[in-house]
Design a protein around this ligand. Structure first.
Ligand SMILES: [Zn+2]
Length: 727
């Protein structure tokens, strides 16, 4: 029997909480993946007690605190918030509260300007307008327009409009006889979406002298609906700040690629860093970009290059600007706050929770919605611990710093504790933004629940969603199905197997754990209309009037986050499903073949298909055998422990220490991200196929096949030792 140390008092409290919760919620007899029937009953009781703690009012208070002032990385306010979180966690009963300091290369603006010199003079404001209704917008600490890690520079040159700034856009310019060499390229955000750091690298490769990225109303402004402060979309002066780091090559402190920036660490010179941009770049509101676009007199751009402004969009002609970017790029301390609740039985198996703290401005959505949900989660878990309900495994929580710059805090922390994490980390549960959308415009079904997870954990996530209530009044599971149907305009509900997004890109703090350390990850959040990303209007007013006025999505997120954490922390057998994992891999592989129309004579993937089929079988057989024995209670604790170790090893076996070709830091054979941050499955194989490098593709398919085979062997041997010594 596991040591849940249920005191008489805690049982009393539990019973009380249960009478309030359970009747509208879950039957205690409902099985849970990975739990014996008896332990499932206890787990449901713990979860009911847990779910009754988080409160919308408290979430609102946390949110107000975190969004009260701008708090970018390395600012005084962000450092104050690190201490504030550490204090709160101590008061909530968390253990080993520690501040980890990393000295990293940071970047902030000294002075920034943009003027049009021809054909008519114009000076860009590079500022966002204040609104009386939202006093926060008058805060003098709000920055103007800048990009983190932009190069400094002073450039006067002709402007060329290059649509989204993706490689195919430059191809079209070339076809029209237009070169961007030595010129200033003006591009818009997101059509189709690509990370701004990819636009910067592309402009640099094309020989541009500087890059301007503006927010077109067609993407996140008035074309989409009502703008701030009347609606969720961006007003004319909103500026999408952000970093343009090449962290898809290597994230973290650019001067410590692959190792931690702990005090005394070796740093390379910034000039040697592969992740630092070489040309100056600036974000613009459409109000500042419009005079530049409007005054061009060259050939008109094609229809799909036109945005939402009532002007002719042209390639180039007549417009010259002077851009001056002076950045202070210097070493600054970043702080990761860390705390834990030590596990009662398996303290050396960790479930890690995390959210970043730093924001470009107030961070109403990004990240303080996630921070508010996290603080309610830590409050609830702390309270369970105070009542004597300690989890079996250790739960660790981290408040990351500098995520916005290069996923820096989580990357440095992950690199510092790499060896330990590879052995101990069961899973990392990331929440960046918990509510990235407006409940007020979402319609009756509400915001979309939009998690992503490694495929092996998708089934347990779906199962947990059945026991959480969504703000729509339905279970989160039912609400998830309804919004998925709505969003995909499907006429039938989705299969459970299609609910979780199992394709995982980069762009948040899960990256180091998945791609570098080979640990399983889950990202959680709600989505909807949102057009003020990284602008000053992403603030408390936006959230409390437009986004989640009742703060009930914040709390729903706290609940699902907590349930997944508690199940991973308390399960008898870790609820990984490698049969399902293999079926997802088969799907990835089929998509790769179809998208690239791979010819058999170039590359045969038959053998890889066959190996994945064997993995699927081995995973399924083990899963079913284990479920059967858990039900009958016939497994000994020693056997269970041995099996859990083997299950954890499966995830580690997807790592290739050599890394993917050209990006050695990214070591996962199944998951990586493209330079655009988009998800990329079988990264080494896919990139080789896309380059039509068939020899490399063959090698990569071989590597993958070996890893699949290794895991099939492991699952088979896990099953035979499981079956052998019954009891
Ligand atoms: Zn974020």
């Amino acid at each position: 029997m596991r040591n849940l140390t249920l005191s008489f008092l805690s049982l009393l409290i539990l019973t009380f909480a249960l009478s309030a919760q359970l009747k509208e919620n879950v039957s205690p007899a409902t099985p849970i993946l990975g739990f014996s029937p008896a332990h499932a009953v206890t787990e449901h009781q713990i979860e009911s007690a847990f779910q009754s703690i988080p409160s919308p009012d408290k979430a609102r208070q946390w949110h107000r605190t975190f969004t009260a002032e701008p708090h970018p990385a390395a600012s005084e306010r962000n450092n104050y918030l690190a201490d504030f979180i550490a204090d709160a966690w101590r008061k909530q009963g968390w253990e080993d509260v520690t501040l980890r300091r990393y000295d990293v290369l940071h970047s902030r603006p000294r002075s920034i300007s943009l003027e049009m010199t021809e054909p008519v003079p114009f000076t860009a404001s590079l500022r966002e307008d204040a609104y009386d209704i939202d006093p926060d917008t008058k805060n003098p600490a709000v920055s103007g327009a800048f990009f983190g890690y932009s190069a400094s520079g002073d450039v006067t040159a002709e402007v060329v409009y290059a649509h989204s700034g993706n490689p195919e856009d430059y191809d079209l310019l070339r076809k029209n006889g237009i070169s961007v060499r030595g010129k200033i390229v003006l591009v818009r955000y997101s059509n189709p979406y690509s990370y701004r750091g990819f636009k910067a690298l592309t402009a640099e490769r094309e020989g541009a002298a500087a890059l301007l990225i503006y927010s077109d109303p067609a993407e996140d402004g008035s074309t989409r609906g009502k703008v701030f402060p009347d609606g969720p979309w961006g007003p004319e002066s909103h500026i999408q700040r952000g970093a343009i780091t090449y962290d898809y090559i290597v994230p973290g402190d650019p001067t410590t690629p692959g190792w931690a920036s702990v005090p005394g660490a070796r740093h390379i010179a910034p000039e040697e860093a592969r992740s630092l941009p070489k040309i100056p770049a600036l974000p613009l509101s459409w109000r500042d970009a419009r005079p530049l676009l409007e005054n061009m007199n060259g050939p008109e751009a094609p229809k799909d290059w036109r945005g939402g402004l009532p002007i002719a969009y042209r390639f180039s002609g007549a417009v010259k600007v002077h851009v001056k970017v002076d950045m202070d790029t210097s070493m600054q301390p970043y702080t990761v706050v860390e705390a834990r609740i030590r596990g009662s039985e398996l303290p050396d198996e960790w479930v890690l929770l995390g959210n970043h703290r730093d924001a470009w401005v107030f961070g109403g959505v990004d990240p303080s919605s996630g921070t508010a949900s996290m603080m309610e989660l830590t409050r609830a878990l702390g309270e369970l611990k105070q009542r004597g309900l300690r989890p079996r495994r250790t739960i660790v929580v981290c408040s990351w710093d500098g995520e916005e710059y290069a996923l820096t805090g989580s990357t440095e922390w992950g690199e510092q504790f790499a060896d330990e994490l590879k052995k101990k980390l069961v899973a990392y549960l990331n929440v960046d933004e918990s509510v990235v959308g407006a409940a007020t415009t979402a319609g009756p079904e509400g915001l979309s629940f939009s998690p992503s997870a490694v495929a092996s954990l998708a089934p347990m996530l779906v199962e947990a969603s059945k026991d959480v209530r969504a703000p729509s009044g339905k279970s989160l599971y039912e609400s998830w199905r309804a919004t998925t149907m709505r969003d995909s305009k499907a006429s039938t509900p989705p299969l459970d197997s299609a609910l979780v997004e199992t394709r995982i890109g980069s762009g948040s703090d899960h990256t180091v754990f998945l791609n570098h350390l080979g640990r399983p990850v889950i990202n959680l959040g709600f989505e909807g209309d949102y057009g003020v990303y990284h602008s000053m209007y992403d603030d408390h007013y936006w959230m409390s009037h437009i986004g989640d006025p009742a703060f009930e999505y914040h709390v729903a997120l706290t609940r699902i986050w907590g349930l997944v954490a508690l199940r991973l922390a308390n399960a008898d057998i870790l609820p990984f499903d490698f049969g399902f994992n293999a079926s997802a891999l088969e799907q990835f592989l089929r998509e790769l073949e179809q998208t690239n129309k791979i010819e058999q004579r170039r590359l045969s993937l038959k053998r890889l298909h066959a190996r994945i089929a064997e993995l699927e079988k081995a995973g399924g057989v083990l899963r079913d055998a284990v479920a059967r024995d858990l039900l009958s209670g016939s497994a000994s604790p020693e056997k269970i422990q041995r099996l859990n170790e083997q299950l954890l090893q499966v995830e580690s076996n997807w790592l290739d220490p050599a890394g993917i070709p050209g990006r050695p830091w990214f070591q996962h054979l199944l998951y990586s991200s493209r330079y655009t941050y988009a998800h990329l499955e079988f990264p080494g194989l896919t990139e080789a196929v896309e380059k039509q490098d068939w020899e490399l593709a063959g090698q990569q398919a071989g590597l993958l096949g070996k890893a699949v085979e290794k895991n099939t062997r492991l699952l088979k041997s896990a099953r035979s030792s499981w079956e052998k010594n019954k009891r």
